[in-house]
Every structure is written in structure tokens, then in C-alpha cells.
Design a protein around this ligand. Structure first.
Ligand SMILES: Nc1ncnc2c1ncn2[C@@H]1O[C@H](COP(=O)(O)OP(=O)(O)OP(=O)(O)O)[C@@H](O)[C@H]1O
Ligand SMILES: O=c1ccn([C@@H]2O[C@H](COP(=O)(O)O)[C@@H](O)[C@H]2O)c(=O)[nH]1
Length: 234
């Protein structure tokens, strides 16, 4: 069983696929899945995207430097929303970020991360990388390395990494295991090249799996065979 995990969730986990906002059924499902793993004492960091609110590329005619900042703020909105929902469900949660000063958001301080984990908190890292021109996948890779995670799980709407986008191609074939080099060379767009590169440099294992399948998160953390694992070599 993995004891220290960074979970990256697409914003659409909160809204449902191709939807916007917060969907009660999806949020309750997310809470149930997180509760299952928090009960095992897993030290869990979460990076949440903002596809349910704003993606930088959604704003036509707005400079990327500005629209990306709007996108990053969306991740803070999601993080605060989750903090409240988690805490109502009895899951102790702290939100950390470098992009905003707000009463319920703490500044990221590496020395404090272990204190939060030891006190039984889930840590939500909000604000992506803190820089425009990136995505929360890259933010997740950085935070996974920073929190010394054993595994970065990307919880998404597809069952793993395929040889091409399975939402577009019916004949896409899924990998069980793939190396960072293969993922980068084949330009498999499930994650940014930047995210794969950071994970490669620090040998951070990645697991891509369908978050919408019951118990998948728990199974992934138990080391069971779900999704696609990205490793240094096969
Ligand atoms: N080779 C591939 N294997 C699997 N999925 C792929 C591949 N290429 C592209 N995809 C697509 O990557 C997408 C991954 O979505 P992801 O969970 O990262 O959502 P996002 O849009 O980045 O997040 P957010 O909703 O927070 O903005 C899926 O929609 C999937 O169809
Ligand atoms: O490091 C980052 C992370 C995110 N952004 C902007 O936020 C949105 C939402 O993130 P998703 O990963 O797409 O869910 C993204 O589209 C960017 O516009 C950023 O600028 N820098």
C-alpha cells in the first residue's frame, strides 16, 4: 500500500464530463472515494484542476498571461470549495498556495507539509505552478516531488494511457505500463510533456486511472492493477 500519494484531479471530477460548476452527485462521490483512503492514514496531497470553471484557453481575445491567471484562480475556488465539503464530511483539510493571500489559504511552506500530514490533514495544493503558460498537471508533478510522494495518481475520465486519444479514436489501445521516454516520444497527450519530464527527472511514478470508477482510488493506492503506470524503465 502506498503511504504518501499526490492525487491530481481534473476539475471535471466536480462537475461531470464536459459540464461546468459543481454537481452534487459528483462531489458526493468524490468525498466518498477520498474518505475511503483517508481512513487508511494515507498522507494525501491533492491538486485540483479548474476545467469545471475556467481554462485559460476558453477566453478568446484575452491575453494568455491574464486568462491563465483567471484559470489558476479557478483552482483556488475549487480547493476552498473542497476544503469545506471535506471538512463537513469529517476529513481534515488544509489548502496551501503561493498565488493568493486569503484567511483560509496558507502559504506553501515545505517545513509545514509534514506537520499537516502528521496531524491527519489532507493537503490541497491550489494555484497550479503559480505561473501562466502551465497546467495543473505540471503543478501536480512539482508538488508530488516537493511532498516526496511515492506515487502521482492522475484521476481522470479515461481508463489510462492509450496509443491515441480514446475519446476520439475507437480503436485506441491502452498501455498497462509505459516509460516516461515512450510517453514523451509518442507525444501522448494525456499529460503535458513538462509534467512527464519533471516526473522522469525525479523518478516519480505516475498512475493514470479512471476516477469515475467506484473504488479505483483505493485500489490504486493499494497497488492493485488499475489504469496505466508510467515508470523509468520496463
Ligand atoms: N493518449 C491518450 N491517452 C489517454 N487520454 C488521452 C490521450 N490523449 C489525449 N487524451 C485525453 O486527455 C484528457 C485528459 O483529461 P484531464 O483529466 O487531464 O482533463 P483536463 O481537461 O486537463 O483537466 P481539467 O478538466 O481540470 O481542465 C482526456 O479527455 C483524454 O480524452
Ligand atoms: O500552473 C498553472 C496551472 C493552471 N493554469 C491555468 O489554469 C487553468 C486550469 O488548469 P487545468 O490544468 O487546465 O485544469 C489552465 O487552463 C491554465 O489557464 C496556469 O496558467 N498555470
Amino acid at each position: 500500500m502506498y503511504k504518501r500519494v499526490l492525487l491530481k484531479l481534473s476539475g471535471e471530477v466536480l462537475s461531470g464530463e464536459a459540464q461546468k460548476g459543481f454537481n452534487e452527485e459528483h462531489v458526493n462521490y468524490l468525498i466518498r472515494e477520498i474518505k475511503k483512503v483517508s481512513e487508511y492514514g494515507v498522507k494525501l496531497g491533492i491538486v485540483i484542476g479548474a476545467g469545471n470553471l475556467f481554462r485559460g484557453r476558453d477566453f478568446e481575445g484575452v491575453r494568455p498571461t491574464i486568462s491563465d491567471q483567471i484559470g489558476m484562480l479557478g483552482t483556488v475556488i475549487n480547493a476552498l470549495y473542497l476544503k469545506d465539503r471535506f471538512e463537513n464530511a469529517g476529513i481534515r483539510t488544509v489548502v496551501v498556495s503561493q498565488i493568493v493571500t486569503l484567511p483560509s489559504v496558507k502559504l506553501i511552506n515545505y517545513d509545514d507539509i509534514d506537520l499537516y500530514f502528521d496531524a491527519g490533514y489532507i493537503v490541497i495544493f491550489a494555484g497550479g505552478t503559480s505561473n501562466p503558460f502551465f497546467t495543473t498537471d505540471t503543478g501536480a508533478a512539482l508538488r508530488a516531488v516537493e511532498m516526496k510522494a511515492e506515487l502521482l495518481i492522475k484521476g481522470t475520465k479515461v481508463s489510462g494511457i492509450y496509443d491515441k486519444d480514446p475519446k476520439i479514436y475507437n480503436d485506441a489501445v491502452k498501455y498497462n505500463v509505459i516509460t516516461y521516454d515512450e510517453a514523451i516520444e509518442k507525444d501522448l497527450k494525456i499529460m503535458d510533456t513538462e509534467a512527464f519530464s519533471i516526473c522522469k527527472r525525479y523518478q516519480m511514478k505516475i498512475l493514470v486511472m479512471n476516477f469515475f470508477e467506484d473504488n479505483n482510488l483505493l485500489r490504486a493506492i493499494r497497488g492493485e492493477n488499475v489504469g496505466t503506470l508510467v515508470v523509468p524503465s520496463k
